[in-house]
Design a protein around this ligand. Structure first.
Ligand code: ADP
Ligand code: X15
Length: 405
C-alpha cells in the first residue's frame, strides 16, 4: 500500500494533485462530484494547517473543454468552505510568488497543468522528474499528495514526476477509490458476486468479462453492448438502423470476441429478455426479445421483465459492481433499466460499487442516495483499468515511493 495523508508531518508545504476535469457547456464549467469529493481532502489538509497548493487539468489542447481553471477555483472554494486563490500560471514566476506568499491553512490553485508543455507527453517517471516543470516546482514543497485517482492511468508529469523527488502520499479520494475499485480482486465475498455491465463501449464490457470471469458469478448485460451480445446469441438486434453508428462498426471489430465470450462464459451471462423503444406517439413501449423478428426500432433501454430479473439476482448477491448504463437514462423514458438496477442495489446491504463517469451521474439525476452504495466512483478509464487488473502508473509510484523510504 501507500502512505496516506494520515502519515503527514505537521504544517507541510503540500503540492496536491486533484482531478477536476469536468464537462464544460458554453464555456461554463459544470459542477460535479469531482469537486465535492476533492474538497474533502483539501479541507482536511487546510484545517490541519498545511499550506495547500493544488494542481489539476481540464480538457486537452485543441478541444472546447480546454479552458483555464479560474472557474474551478470558485466552484472548489464553495465546496471547501474556504477561499481558494487562483493564479493563472503553472510554474513560472507568478506561480512561485503566489506559492511563497501562502500562509498555513491557505489554499491556492495553479493554472490548468496541461497548459504547460512538459505535462502531457506520456513519459517514464524518471524523464518527467527532470523536466523543467517538475524541477521548478518540487523545491517549493515538503511533500506531494496525489488525490487524482481518476487520472492515475496517465503517465503525465504532474502524476508521475513528483513522487520520485518528493515524499508522496495518497489523498482521501485516492485512498477510497483504490480500496473500492480493487475490492473485486482483493476482497473475499461469502455469496454471489454480480456485475452489471452496459454502456456504449463493447470493448470495455468484453475486457471486464474476460478479466473477471473467475471473480464474478454472473454478468447482467444491457445498453449497446448488451444488444450486441443478443445479436451473438442469434436475435435479430444489435445493428444500426439507417445511418446510425453505434452497432455495426463495433460488431465488425468485436464479433468473434463477443461470440467467444458468449460460448465460454454463457452460464455466467444474463441477457435482456425485453427491450424498450419510443413508440409512434413518443411514449415508451416494450417488446419481448423473443418476439423480435427484425429490428425496426431503436432500442434505448432494457424492459421491465429484465429489470425484475436483474433485481432478483442483485437481491441474492453479496457484492454488486456496476459498469455502464443499461439504457439512455438521460432521457427519463429510458431510465427504468439503469435506475431500477441502482434502486435494487440501494435497497440491499450488499457491498456495491458504481463506476463509470456517465453511469454514476444517474444517481443524482434520479434522486438516489449516494450513501446507499458502498462506493460511487468518480473515475471512468481508471475504473475500467482497475477492474481489469491493469496497473495504474501513478498509484504504483505512490506505492514504490513508500517502499523507498
Ligand atoms: N441502448 C442504448 N443506446 C444508446 N446509448 C445507450 C444505450 N444504453 C446506454 N447508453 C448510453 O451509455 C452511456 C453510458 O455508457 P458508457 O460511456 O459506456 O459508460 P460510463 O461512462 O458510464 O462508463 C449513457 O450515457 C447512455 O446514454
Ligand atoms: O476525466 C478523466 O478520465 P475519464 O473520462 O476516463 O473519467 C481524467 O481526468 C483523465 O483525462 P484524459 O482522459 O483527458 O487524460
Amino acid at each position: 500500500m501507500f502512505r496516506t495523508i494520515d502519515d503527514l508531518p505537521a504544517e507541510q508545504r503540500l503540492l496536491v494533485r486533484l482531478d477536476l476535469n469536468s464537462p464544460v457547456e458554453d464555456g461554463e464549467v459544470q459542477d460535479n462530484r469531482r469537486f465535492s469529493r476533492h474538497a474533502r481532502t483539501v479541507r482536511e489538509l487546510a484545517e490541519a494547517d498545511h499550506r495547500v497548493v493544488c494542481l489539476a487539468h481540464q480538457g486537452r489542447p485543441g478541444r472546447d473543454t480546454f479552458v483555464s481553471l479560474s472557474q474551478h477555483a470558485e466552484v472548489l472554494s464553495e465546496h471547501v468552505g474556504r477561499e481558494v486563490e487562483f493564479v493563472a500560471d503553472t510554474h513560472g514566476e507568478e506561480a512561485q510568488a503566489a506559492i511563497e506568499e501562502l500562509e498555513p491553512g491557505e489554499i491556492l490553485l495553479l493554472e490548468n497543468v496541461r497548459m504547460c508543455e512538459d505535462e502531457l507527453p506520456e513519459k517514464d517517471p524518471e524523464t518527467h522528474a527532470t523536466s523543467e516543470f517538475v524541477e521548478a516546482l518540487a523545491p517549493r514543497f515538503d511533500a506531494y499528495v496525489n488525490d487524482a485517482y481518476s487520472a492515475a492511468h496517465r503517465k503525465h508529469a504532474s502524476l508521475v514526476g513528483f513522487p520520485l523527488v518528493l515524499p508522496a502520499y495518497a489523498g482521501r479520494v485516492m485512498e477510497s477509490e483504490y480500496e473500492a475499485n480493487t475490492a473485486i480482486a482483493t476482497r473475499e465475498f461469502t455469496g454471489p458476486v454480480t456485475m452489471v455491465v452496459g454502456g456504449t463501449k463493447a470493448t470495455d464490457v468484453i475486457g471486464v468479462m474476460d478479466a473477471l470471469d473467475d471473480r464474478v458469478d454472473r454478468f447482467c448485460l444491457g445498453g449497446v453492448a448488451g444488444e450486441l451480445f443478443l445479436r451473438a446469441a442469434g436475435h435479430d438486434v444489435g445493428y444500426d438502423l439507417d445511418d446510425g453508428d453505434l452497432y455495426d462498426d463495433q460488431w465488425a471489430d468485436n464479433r468473434e470476441t463477443i461470440q467467444r465470450v458468449l460460448a465460454e462464459k454463457g452460464d455466467q451471462i444474463t441477457l435482456a429478455v425485453d427491450l424498450a423503444y419510443a413508440a409512434d406517439d413518443g411514449e415508451r413501449a416494450e417488446v419481448p426479445v423473443d418476439e423480435i423478428d427484425e429490428k425496426t426500432e431503436e432500442f434505448l433501454d432494457v424492459g421491465a421483465e429484465t429489470v425484475d430479473r436483474y433485481g432478483e439476482l442483485i437481491r441474492e448477491s453479496d457484492a454488486v459492481f456496476v459498469k455502464g448504463a443499461l439504457g439512455v437514462f438521460e432521457d427519463e423514458r429510458f431510465a427504468d433499466g439503469t435506475v431500477g438496477v441502482l434502486e435494487a442495489i440501494a435497497e440491499t446491504d450488499c457491498f456495491s460499487v458504481v463506476g463509470g463517469g456517465d453511469t454514476s451521474r444517474a444517481i443524482e439525476l434520479y434522486g438516489l442516495d449516494e450513501d446507499d452504495f458502498s462506493h460511487v466512483s468518480i473515475a471512468g478509464g481508471a475504473y475500467i483499468r482497475a477492474l481489469t487488473g491493469e496497473p495504474l502508473p501513478a498509484v504504483e509510484l505512490l506505492q514504490s515511493a513508500r517502499n523507498r523510504e
